[in-house]
Each structure stands twice: as C-alpha cells, then as structure tokens.
Design a protein around this ligand. Structure first.
Ligand SMILES: Cc1cc2nc3c(=O)[nH]c(=O)nc-3n(C[C@H](O)[C@H](O)[C@H](O)COP(=O)(O)OP(=O)(O)OC[C@H]3O[C@@H](n4cnc5c(N)ncnc54)[C@H](O)[C@@H]3O)c2cc1C
Length: 292
C-alpha cells in the first residue's frame, strides 16, 4: 500500500520543528529514521496531514560524555550508538544492546529518539533506558522537561509525550568501572524483534559479595519490566551457583506475558529463566574480571 497524502516539511532547526508541530497540532507527526513509522504510513495505520521530517536536525545527533553522565541526542542512529568508542567506554551495555537491533541497514537509519517514542515492548532501547535509570529530555514549545525512563513508558506504544513535544536526548548514568553487565535476547531469526530480552547490571564489593543488582526484561509485558529483587538478591549476598538459578526462576515467575498470534505466552515465560541465567552469569563474570 501507499501512504495517504500528506504535506511534507523538512525543518532545519529544533525550534522550527517545534513551531510546525505546534502550528499543525494533532494533524502533524514527526518522522525520524522512518523504520517503524514508514511501514505505519504505508499500511495507513497513521494518516498525518503534515509529516515533519527531523533528519536535518543535526543538533540532535550527538554523543557527549561527562564525569557522571552519557548524553545521546535523539537523532543519533543505532549504528553510531553501537560503535562509538565513547559509548563503549561509558555504557558498554547500551552499545551492546544497540548492536542487536534489527539488521545493519535498519541500524543505519533508525534513531534512539524514534525507538523510545515508538515504545515497542520488545525493543532494546526502552529496556536499557529503564534498567539503567536513564532520563529522557523532552522539548516542546513551552520549554524543556526531563522524565525518568521508568515513568515515560505507559503501555504498548504509549508514552508520556505531550502533543507537539519531541524527545531530544537521553541522559544515562555512566556504568561504574567495576560493573558487570549483560544483554541477552532470544528471537525467532537473527534481526527479528526479541521474543524475550534481558538486561542485567550488577556490582560486587571488595569481598566479592553483591553490591547492586538490576534486572529488566523486555517482550514479556506492555513496557520494560524492572524487577524488584530485594527478596531474592539482597545486598551483601554471597554469589553461589544456586543464587543465579534462584534469581532466574524468580524472574520467570514475575512475568505475565500474553498470547500473541505468533508466540504463546507460555513460551515467553519458559525462555525467561534460561535467558536470565545466561545474562546473570555473563554479568557476574564481567564484574569479577573488572574487579580483579
Ligand atoms: C525489519 C525491521 C526489524 C526491526 N528490528 C528491531 C529490533 O530488533 N529492535 C528494535 O528496537 N527495533 C527494531 N526495528 C525498529 C527500528 O529500530 C526503528 O528504528 C525504531 O523502532 C524507530 O526509530 P526511527 O528513528 O526509525 O523512528 P520512526 O520510525 O521515524 O518513528 C517512530 C515513532 O516515533 C516518533 N518519533 C520519532 N522521533 C521522535 C522524536 N525525536 N520525538 C518524538 N517522537 C518521535 C514518530 O512520530 C513515530 O511515531 C526494526 C524495524 C524493521 C523495519
């Protein structure tokens, strides 16, 4: 199918883009990499009268690293996030997750902001943002605001974005130098969206006991699910083999996926435990290596 007709606008600055969005209101939609919105237009699932193309907003294509934070502009392509040395150094989990998005061509077009605004429940970028306590920077005509990733995602493809607002960047706390991290996904074919994805971040103290542990799951709930692990993995716990099994089993019991046309819920739940186990073992090994 072909899209319904629309007026095409290609603003050169963020202010101009915000002005167009304010002028046309709900009749306008932004497009970034077009990897998700293009098919929606073609299938006429979206019929904006005005399409606001963000691809000339070079001011939103950046990676900045400070002592505590990594900031990535919304128009930064997945490929750049996956390969930039400054992301690898400050947030290797983000780089590793970006490298698993779709295929090479998709990563060269798709953007960080587009992925977050689209909010597919199985997408990598929302999962990493929620796990690592990232904050999204949004701009509208009334100004700038920040929102925690955990509050931004409301439901399947539904986010806390007001009419006329754009995602402009994401602020990620840098990973501690001795952090253990892992990103694992199971998909039907390489490059497909995840059936289940798991992201893990942990630190160990000097004695090798658990400091912090964060585990988040994608594909098993309407939004990325960050687990409350206080009952099974309190700080100071000694890492035994049985510990990894117990946390993985807890993860599987915590999810309540729904049946979809292609994937039964029971399958997603069955994949969750072994995938979490693999991610925890990888993160633990990385943290031990970094602390050695
Ligand atoms: C075959 C295929 C496989 C894929 N596999 C994966 C995968 O494994 N994992 C994954 O995560 N994604 C996957 N994708 C999607 C891809 O990553 C997209 O790039 C991403 O979902 C959206 O980014 P985009 O820049 O293309 O956004 P677009 O498609 O341009 O826009 C998506 C939505 O976000 C809005 N939007 C865009 N930018 C902004 C902004 N700055 N502020 C506010 N709203 C904005 C648009 O209005 C639209 O509603 C796949 C796509 C294809 C075609």
């Amino acid at each position: 199918m072909k899209p319904a007709s629309f007026d095409y606008h290609r603003p050169q600055t963020l202010d101009a883009a915000l002005g167009l969005l304010a002028r046309f209101g709900e009749r306008a939609k932004p497009i970034a990499g077009g990897q998700s919105f293009g098919p929606m237009l073609n299938m006429r699932l979206a019929r904006p009268e005005h399409l606001i193309d963000l691809n000339d907003l070079v001011e939103l294509d950046f990676i900045r690293v400070s002592d505590a934070m990594l900031e990535v502009g919304a128009m930064t392509r997945h490929h750049r996030v996956a390969t930039a040395p400054e992301v690898a150094r400050s947030h290797p989990l983000l780089a590793a997750a970006a490298a698993t998005i779709g295929h090479y061509a998709i990563r060269h077009r798709g953007t960080l902001g587009g992925s977050l605004a689209h909010a597919d429940p199985a997408a990598q970028m929302p999962l990493v943002a929620v796990l690592g306590g990232a904050r999204l920077v949004l701009h509208g005509l009334s100004g700038r605001r920040e929102i925690a990733a955990g509050d931004f995602f409301k439901s399947v493809m539904t986010v806390d974005l007001a009419e006329g607002e754009l995602v402009t960047s994401v602020l990620y706390p840098r990973l501690p130098i001795n952090a253990g991290w892992a990103f694992e996904l199971f998909s039907r074919r390489r490059g497909d969206f995840a059936v289940v994805a798991v992201a893990v971040l942990l630190t160990l103290d000097d004695a090798g006991r658990l400091g912090d542990l964060h585990v988040a799951l994608g594909g098993v709930a309407p939004v990325p699910l960050r687990l409350d692990l206080s009952a099974v993995a309190p700080s100071g716990v000694i890492m035994e083999d049985t510990w990894i099994e117990a946390v993985s089993e807890f993860a599987a019991q915590s999810v309540a996926p729904e049946d979809t046309v292609q994937i039964p819920a029971v399958f997603r739940r069955e994949v969750t435990a072994p995938l979490t186990q693999k991610a925890l073992a990888t993160a633990l090994a990385r943290s031990r290596k970094a602390s050695a």
